[in-house]
Design a protein around this ligand. Structure first.
Ligand code: NAP
Length: 203
């Protein structure tokens, strides 16, 4: 029996932009995913030293951005969790929600996946899902390829690399642009742009 495949798109999404949306759509098509669930990070442990925008704002912007794609959803699972949010808990939650006829894929940025061996309970994380590392076309680094091999040797799990058109857009760059009063038109969906302006984010 062929398994139903579901994509989980994990990210801080501060803010969500077209790079993330294109990555999710390309993953959906390339890996034959029935849907992609966006999971804005709640309180990311690896960002203790940065000021991350309130999770409710990031959740709403993600919901606005995915609204027009019938294959996309957004989950509050991390936003509603108390304390630091670890991917292992999120994956366990989804694993318990779906039975074994569902195969889970976790889509994230290649840079985040480079650090995967430092993640909490990495062995368990890798048991729950298959990773898709989104990267810019032509930028697949030797470092990433080494990490993919290392994970395969240590845990016998494949990490897929997905080269994504439009991944040059970055949340950091968008935040800087807003702060400097520059346009972010065509980098984020219009509804997200208006939400940022209305709520005076990133000023
Ligand atoms: P990050 O370090 O802020 O981002 C690394 C790079 O990946 C950035 O270039 C980022 O671009 C890009 N990126 C992030 N998420 C992406 C996505 N879904 N699709 C395409 N590109 C993406 O990473 P992060 O957002 O904080 O973390 C990514 C995921 O890994 C989250 O779900 C997080 O919870 C998880 N994680 C878990 C642990 C743990 O459990 N210990 C540790 C680290 C990360 P932008 O800046 O433009 O988004």
């Amino acid at each position: 029996m062929t398994k139903l495949k579901i994509g989980l798109m994990g990210g801080t999404f501060d803010p969500i932009h077209y790079g993330h949306l294109v990555a999710a759509e390309e993953a959906r098509i390339n890996f034959n995913l029935s849907k992609v669930i966006f999971i804005p990070a709640g309180n990311p442990p690896h960002k203790k030293d940065y000021k991350v925008t309130d999770s409710e704002h990031r959740y709403i912007m993600t919901a606005l951005a995915v609204n027009s794609n019938p294959y996309f959803e957004v989950s509050r699972v991390e936003v509603d969790r108390e304390g630091y949010t670890y991917t292992v808990d999120t994956l366990k939650w989804f694993r318990e929600k779906y039975d074994n006829s569902v195969e889970l894929f976790f889509i994230s940025g290649a840079d985040a996946i480079l650090d995967i061996l430092t993640w909490r309970k990495v062995e368990e994380v890798l048991k729950y899902c298959t990773f898709i590392a989104a990267t810019r076309p032509g930028y697949t680094s030797e470092q990433l390829e080494r990490k993919v091999k290392e994970v395969k040797n240590l845990y016998g799990k494949e990490i897929f690399i997905l080269e994504v058109t439009g991944m040059a857009i970055s949340s950091t760059d968008i935040r800087k642009k807003v702060k400097n009063g520059q346009s972010i038109k065509y980098l984020v969906p219009e509804a997200v742009e208006y939400y940022i302006i209305k709520n005076n984010l990133y000023r």
